[in-house]
Write a protein that binds this ligand. Structure first.
Ligand SMILES: Nc1ncnc2c1ncn2[C@@H]1O[C@H](COP(=O)(O)OP(=O)(O)O)[C@@H](O)[C@H]1O
Ligand SMILES: [Mg+2]
Length: 414
């Protein structure tokens, strides 16, 4: 029941979550790319130093001790600070492991075994590089992707996943904000209508009293008819004002309510519509409902049914218990039926196939049943040219269920 009001809060916190996430992802990816860039920069600087030293050597080899080129080797080895590599000499001896993290507490023999396993692992990703070392002998260099490269390859996917998740969040926030707005318009409109109707209604009632006080001048039967219409208008206003506020639910005998209202309706619809009610639920079964709104639902569905039958046919109401907790009220007509494609659409605001239809009746009805009564309303079945059955499911407030609801109130609200 509180749902329509919770949406505002929910929506706000969703927005905050989205904003925080965006900030987080933005900062994290900035820091992360920054780190990657720094690492790359460091690496490139090394290559340039190497290049500079090589140039220096080429320009003036005498500058280096007796043409010593060892700096090149050590620098090159230095330059690789990230790519894990292992050299295996022609005798199968493992040496010069580079950038390999050993597990702790390994003996020398253990380290050898670890490196051997590592080469097998590396071989799966990259074929080893063959090194000619003279005399027709060859060594092998096994290597793996650097952490940097691995991080770089994951990066776009991680980013994509985060963006996708954010997209979903943003969509949720957006659609719930639209729903919240619809709710506000809806509730506001209902309240405003009830409020505005109030003034002319009290004035009308005063006029009726005035006419009653002078039966010589005003035909009594006419006055009575007007009084009836005024009281009908009063009901409508009451419905509107109760939808604009949180309607109170009361334990009602459901059979009696439906019976009385069916009776009331049958007198007001075409006499060529045969209206009937069959109940299979215990005569003392009570359900928590708002009578005024619930009757409105029945009225909306029945009026649609009469429209669908063009005023001629059979309108059957049946009531049955689906379980200890659920009561189903089926409203079946012998009208034109609803095409499969429209079965969901009939509940969307503005959907109408009638010349002068507003397409709000079923939207309202669904809302009243589902939001205010935590029930369900749907098209149970429909066949073109044969007829349609709408089903209302209400929660039967049996003793057991009441206890369960009291024990877990938060679950029901959520
Ligand atoms: N019992 C029914 N049989 C066939 N079509 C129906 C029935 N009830 C509703 N519809 C379809 O659903 C549409 C929407 O109904 P509703 O929301 O009450 O708006 P409206 O009655 O103003 O058209 C109707 O225009 C009609 O096409
Ligand atoms: Mg209607």
């Amino acid at each position: 029941m509180l749902k329509s009001f919770d949406i505002y809060n929910q929506n706000n916190s969703l927005k905050i979550i989205v904003a925080l996430n965006l900030l987080l992802v933005g900062t994290a990816s900035l820091l992360y790319t920054n780190r990657l860039i720094n690492k790359l920069e460091e690496r490139e600087a090394h290559y340039v130093i190497l290049y500079a030293k090589t140039i220096a050597y080429l320009v003036d080899p005498s500058h280096f001790d007796s043409g010593d080129l060892t700096f090149v080797t050590s620098e090159i080895l230095e330059a690789n600070r990230t790519v894990p590599a292992i050299y295996v000499d022609p005798n199968g001896q493992i040496s010069k492991p580079l950038n390999i993290d050993f597990p702790e507490n390994l003996t020398d023999e253990g380290k050898q075994q670890f490196l051997r396993d590592k080469t097998q692992e590396m071989k799966k990703r990259h074929p080893p590089i063959v090194v000619e070392i003279g005399n027709g002998e060859r060594g092998l260099v096994y290597y793996d992707n650097s952490t940097l490269l691995r991080q770089l390859t994951y990066f776009p996917w991680v980013l994509l996943a985060i963006l996708g998740a954010l997209g979903v969040l943003a969509y949720l926030a957006f659609s719930s904000s639209r729903r919240a707005e619809q709710n506000r318009v809806w509730v506001g409109l209902a309240k405003e209508t009830a409020h505005q109707l109030g003034t002319p209604m009290s004035s009308l009632m005063a006029w009726v009293e005035f006419m009653r006080s002078d039966p010589a001048q005003y035909d009594e039967s006419i006055t009575d008819e007007i009084a009836k219409d005024v009281s009908r208008l009063e009901t409508i206003t009451a419905r509107f004002s109760s939808i604009g506020s949180i309607p109170t639910l009361k334990e009602e005998n459901i059979t009696t309510v439906v019976e009385q209202f069916t009776d009331y309706l049958s007198k007001r619809i075409s006499t060529k519509v045969k209206m009937s009610l069959a109940s299979q639920i215990p005569a003392d079964q009570t359900v928590k409902i708002n009578k005024l709104l619930f009757e409105w639902v029945i009225e909306n569905i029945c009026k649609n049914a009469v429209d669908a039958m063009k005023g001629v046919g059979e309108l059957r109401l049946t009531m049955q218990a689906l379980s200890n907790q659920e009561i189903a009220i089926d409203i079946t007509d012998t009208g034109k039926g609803i095409p499969k494609a429209s079965m969901q659409k009939v509940f969307t605001p503005g959907f109408s196939t009638k010349k002068r239809g507003w397409g709000l009746g079923l939207t309202l009805a669904k809302r009243i049943v589902e939001e205010y009564h935590s029930g369900k309303l749907f098209v149970k079945s429909s066949e073109l040219g044969k007829g349609t059955t709408f089903r209302i499911i209400l929660n039967a407030d049996t003793g057991q269920q009441k206890k369960a609801v009291q024990a877990q109130p938060s679950e029901k609200e959520a």
